[in-house]
Design a binder for this molecule. Structure first.
Ligand SMILES: [Zn+2]
Length: 200
């Protein structure tokens, strides 16, 4: 999202927002989970650049190792880096050492690719277990959930993608954090419909 430091507008004589709430209330935050994907992540990056939107990417560490150059490109485009574990394990009760390994290995993979460790964490499927909570917190990561699930992961056709985009546009509200995936073939089609109406 473009950052705004003057909201309300500078013409306002009295009302001011502190810096920490400077995010404009009209903006939404797009988040992309499960990448990088060799084909769809570049498509997402091209579209975000075209519309001047920045987003947060929650990477799967073992995919980062396969495509470090894509993760570097995400970082260099000014997007926020996120940790989404190393292998994207099903949300079962991981023992703490396994949970810590999942978090640390992803952290290392993204750091190695970009020189910059992620600051945010999202567990697979958004489901927390106590060991994952403890592990992410020990790694100094901040949790980021979502307020609106696009359901893009259920899309199976162009018609589905169009319906998904329509529903998203009807549902989103200022300040929403939207869950999307750069690991599905229809993400480009959804973004092409949604991006012109989101952000500024
Ligand atoms: Zn995921």
């Amino acid at each position: 999202m473009p950052t705004h430091t003057t909201y309300p507008p500078p013409t306002s004589r009295f009302a001011r927002r502190p810096r920490w709430s400077a995010r404009p209330s009209t903006s939404v935050r797009l988040t992309f989970d499960d990448g990088p994907h060799p084909e769809f992540t570049p498509e997402v990056l091209d579209l975000l650049a075209e519309f001047g939107v920045t987003a947060t990417f929650f990477f799967v560490g073992r995919r980062v190792i396969q495509r470090p150059e894509l993760v570097r490109r995400v970082h260099e485009a000014g997007h926020t880096l996120g940790n989404h574990t190393f292998t994207h394990p099903k949300p079962n009760w991981l023992h703490f050492p396994a949970a810590a390994r999942e978090v640390q290995q992803c952290q290392r993979a993204v750091s190695d690719a970009t020189g910059s460790p992620p600051r945010f964490f999202r567990p697979p499927m958004g489901r927390w277990t106590p060991p994952l909570w403890f592990a992410h917190s020990l790694a100094g990561l901040k949790p980021m959930g979502w307020t609106l699930d696009s359901g893009d992961w259920r899309v199976r056709s162009d018609a589905d993608a169009d319906a998904c985009a329509d529903e998203l546009l009807a549902a989103f509200r200022p300040g929403d954090v939207i869950l999307l995936h750069d690991y599905h073939p229809w993400i480009g089609r959804i973004l092409r419909a949604v991006l012109p109406h989101i952000g500024e």
